[in-house]
Design a protein around this ligand. Structure first.
Ligand SMILES: [Zn+2]
Length: 166
């Protein structure tokens, strides 16, 4: 098999010249297949629930977001999803926002600042503990010493999968 132009190569292999090894190719093949499988799974699931679905919600134990790819799925670790700062309970998956929501928001998709993502998953306190009392003036001081607007809001964690065309 002769590869005559660099642009015929997947981006991961470009510029590697003759240094592309058999195992590089095998890795890439595996990776691409995984992403193709994952993207198909994502679209099938979305098609089943209809084009108007913009959020997937589940509080079941072990519920997890469905990401559009394997390679760009955000890492879920103790660092990216730390425990609840109020009560120390683990934060668990609550819901994910699907990219279709962008079509429902009246934003100019050509704008540089326009929202775009593959999906975003929100992790909340598994014990749903009460946010701190806002006090009389409606303000509380957060753990980091910053003044927060209102105790009625609890800080949660969002993991974002980048847009698929990024
Ligand atoms: Zn909590």
């Amino acid at each position: 098999m002769a590869i005559d132009a660099d642009k015929a190569l997947p981006p991961e292999l470009r510029g590697k010249g003759a240094d592309v090894s058999e195992s590089d190719l095998k890795d890439l093949e595996k990776m691409q297949d995984k992403n193709v499988v994952q993207l198909s799974r994502f679209h099938l699931r979305l098609r089943r629930s209809g084009p108007t679905q913009v959020v997937r919600y589940s509080r079941d134990a072990g519920a997890a977001p469905l990401w559009p790819s394997v390679t760009h799925a955000p890492e879920h670790t103790a660092r990216t999803v730390p425990p609840c700062p109020r009560c120390g309970a683990p934060r668990t998956f609550e819901f994910q926002i699907l990219p279709q929501i962008i079509n429902h928001l009246k934003v100019d998709s050509e704008l540089h600042s326009a929202a775009d993502f593959g999906s975003a998953a929100v992790y909340t306190c598994s014990k749903s503990c009460a946010p701190p009392d806002p006090g009389e003036d409606g303000c509380v001081v957060g753990l980091d010493g910053d003044l927060e607007v209102s105790g009625a809001y609890a800080e949660e964690v969002v993991l974002v999968h980048p847009p698929l065309n990024a």
